[in-house]
Design a protein around this ligand. Structure first.
Ligand code: NAD
Length: 263
């Protein structure tokens, strides 16, 4: 295969959770542009149908599969519905996630469980359910959306950061356990990306981000989609267990203030 052809996903079936908006939507459309057929999973059918229409307009197949992934009991039936429709699952992108603000001192068990169950428990059991199909096929790609918060502390989002660190470590365990089945598992750690999740950020925090990210701006869902397409493709067949940042350089280091008079 020519190296350029190994980036294509023609004939592959991809499942994307959280595909109704934001990063998940960007990844789903990107995978379809690379040739994959899509199963779109999130809570709101109307959002999923809108994304499915975009994908169908581009010539690929797409189905909307509404599911609340915080309800772990609903996951096996969701995966069965996708296998009934397509007969296989080649790529799983775990993107659904929420952020809730709470200090460590004020956190409640309810708030903790809401974040951990949506962001981490659902990833574990969605991967288990889709993984059973991939093990049978002896082929698969798992891509989970972690975050730079897996590596650095921030104010008021400790359960979120813990859930994302869990995703990064789960990815290593998957790489080891499922290598014999020709399944590769990787994660993406986005920095600040323009989506509905970051849309409510205040002016002062937006300015802080732009001053501390070396590239000086937020990323877009397309920036994350580029890496997801690569990791889903045969071009990445020898890459597994990694969590790769897409963060404009934030984890690499922070620039001096532009107002600094020092060299
Ligand atoms: P978003 O709020 O714009 O979209 C989240 C998607 O997840 C939506 O489609 C929503 O319906 C779905 N979802 C949420 N809870 C769900 C549930 N219980 N069941 C099914 N679907 C559910 O968020 P986004 O900014 O696009 O974030 C997507 C992922 O990327 C999340 O995991 C988030 O933590 C991660 N992330 C985002 C950023 C950022 O800057 N936006 C940075 C790092 C990581």
């Amino acid at each position: 295969m020519r190296i350029i052809d190994s980036f294509r996903l023609d004939g592959r079936v991809a499942v994307v959770t959280g595909a109704g908006k934001g990063i998940g939507e960007g990844i789903a459309v990107g995978l379809a542009e690379a040739g994959a057929d899509l199963a779109l999973v999130a809570r709101t059918r109307a959002d999923l149908e809108r994304v499915a229409e975009t994908i169908r307009a581009g010539g690929r197949r797409a189905i909307a599969v509404p599911c609340d992934l915080a309800d772990v009991a609903a996951i096996p039936a969701t995966v069965r519905q996708i296998v009934d429709a397509y007969g296989r699952i080649d790529i799983l992108v775990n993107c659904a996630g929420i952020q809730r603000r709470m200090t460590v001192l004020e956190a409640t068990v309810e708030g903790w469980e809401q974040v951990i169950n949506t962001n981490l428990r659902s990833v574990y059991f969605m991967t288990q359910a889709a993984g059973k199909v991939m093990v049978e096929q002896r082929r698969g790609k798992i891509i989970s959306i972690a975050s730079m918060t897996a590596y650095r502390g921030f104010h008021m989002i400790s359960p979120y950061g813990i859930s994302k660190a869990g995703i990064a470590n789960f990815t290593r365990y998957l790489a080891v356990e499922w290598a014999p089945y020709n399944i590769q598992a990787n994660a993406i750690a986005p920095g600040w990306i323009r989506t509905p999740m970051t849309a409510q950020m205040g002016e002062d925090r937006i300015r802080w981000v732009c001053e501390h990210v070396p590239q000086g701006q937020f990323g877009s869902p397309r920036d994350v989609a580029g890496l997801a397409v690569f990791l889903a493709s045969p071009a990445a067949d020898y890459i597994t267990g990694q969590t790769i940042p897409v963060d404009g350089g934030f984890l690499a280091g922070n620039p001096w203030p532009t107002t600094s008079s020092q060299p």
